[in-house]
Design a protein around this ligand. Structure first.
Ligand code: HEC
Ligand code: HEC
Length: 291
């Protein structure tokens, strides 16, 4: 579920809990005035049930999230889970006392206030966190401001750990991409494996993947432009037909531009090839003639 929706639910959860507690205080705290109690009681009861339903929905979301998470949980997450678990018996006690064991009803106000306090803490550490970290979930790219946090060794470790879950690392290292190309791929992968690849991981991975190509370029004399073109053609031009169709054709740059544009138009997806990718492919395919 979208974190924004959860934040809204959590805010509602706290507001409803607060209203229920104030109504309860109005009912039981005021000594002389007995008027309108039944109406307040019925509102209190309805709010109480809405509160419980919201709690259960959020509990289900929490369990689902924790179950797909592979990393060690953060302290914040652990506190959050403990608070949520403590709330379960407290809410259960409250319902049981109200419905079956009225003799204990004098502890209900204390129970109510305790539940509200825990709910505040529970919501505060998570909703607050999501509001502050909303950008975590959007498309992550490198900017000049990231220079201080980027570390090639950390990036290498991140890629070996996080990118070998669904396919071999070979698949990663076989590909050569431009900076923009890597940013696109890593973001796509992070989306596939949410929430295990964080925006910090994305940054470190993009940085490392771009840097390691440069190192290979220097060491092994890799022609980066050619490899980037080759990667793009292998990936994009084998969707509808064999690559033989591509490699058997001899065309100049102008002809290739026309063909690639025609192919992209056949694909009928504006995202299929960017201007840059088109240019990289044309350069690669027309460059083959000269070799
Ligand atoms: C949740 C599983 C999963 C994880 C984790 C994952 N990938 Fe992938 N990856 C895929 C799938 C599925 C494909 C093939 C379909 C596609 O290309 O979308 C793929 C394809 C690729 C390709 C070839 C396609 C292309 O765009 O060139 C590359 C390169 C790649 N992944 C890199 C990475 C990197 C780098 C990471 C780590 C940041 C990573 N993957 C993590 C599932 C994953
Ligand atoms: C959406 C499907 C699709 C994709 C993606 C695609 N092609 Fe094609 N391609 C076709 C079809 C259909 C034909 C045969 C009919 C034609 O020539 O239009 C073809 C034919 C060709 C031909 C032979 C005809 C000619 O004009 O010389 C070449 C070369 C070619 N494609 C290159 C490419 C390249 C390069 C790419 C990657 C940028 C690519 N194709 C991606 C569908 C596609």
């Amino acid at each position: 579920m979208n974190p924004l929706i959860i934040s809204i639910l959590a805010t509602l959860f706290v507001i409803i809990g607060t209203c229920a507690v104030f109504i309860m205080l109005e009912m039981t705290g005021r000594v002389r005035d007995n008027s309108g109690k039944t109406a307040w009681r019925s509102i209190h009861k309805k709010l109480g049930w809405i509160f419980i339903v919201l709690f259960m929905v959020m509990l289900a979301v929490m369990i689902q999230k924790v179950s797909v998470f592979q990393e060690e949980l953060t302290a914040r997450a652990v506190i959050h889970i403990i608070l949520a678990l403590i709330l379960i018996p407290l809410i259960l006690f409250k319902v049981l006392i109200v419905r079956r064991h009225r003799r204990f009803s004098n502890i209900l106000p204390v129970l109510g206030v305790t539940i509200l306090t825990l709910s505040f803490a529970l919501t505060g550490i998570t909703a607050g966190y999501y509001v502050l970290h909303r950008s975590n979930l959007s498309y992550t790219t490198l900017s000049a401001m990231d220079a201080d946090i980027l570390d090639v060794e950390l990036g290498k470790a991140t890629v070996s750990k996080k990118c070998s879950k669904c396919h071999s690392l070979e698949r990663v290292y076989r590909a050569f991409k431009s900076d923009v190309g890597w940013a696109g791929t890593v973001n796509r992968m992070a989306l596939l494996d949410s929430p295990n690849i964080t925006s910090f991981d994305v940054k470190q991975s993009i940085n490392y993947l771009v840097e390691q190509q440069k190192i290979r370029q220097k060491k092994n004399g890799v022609n980066l432009e050619k490899e980037i073109g080759q990667t793009l053609v292998t990936r994009k031009c084998s969707v509808c037909h064999d690559l033989d169709k591509v490699f058997d054709s001899e065309k100049n740059a102008q002809e290739w531009t026309a063909t690639v544009k025609r192919m992209a138009a056949t694909m009928d997806d504006p995202e299929f090839l960017s201007e840059q990718e088109t240019a990289d492919i044309v350069k690669f395919l027309s460059g083959r003639l000269k070799e």
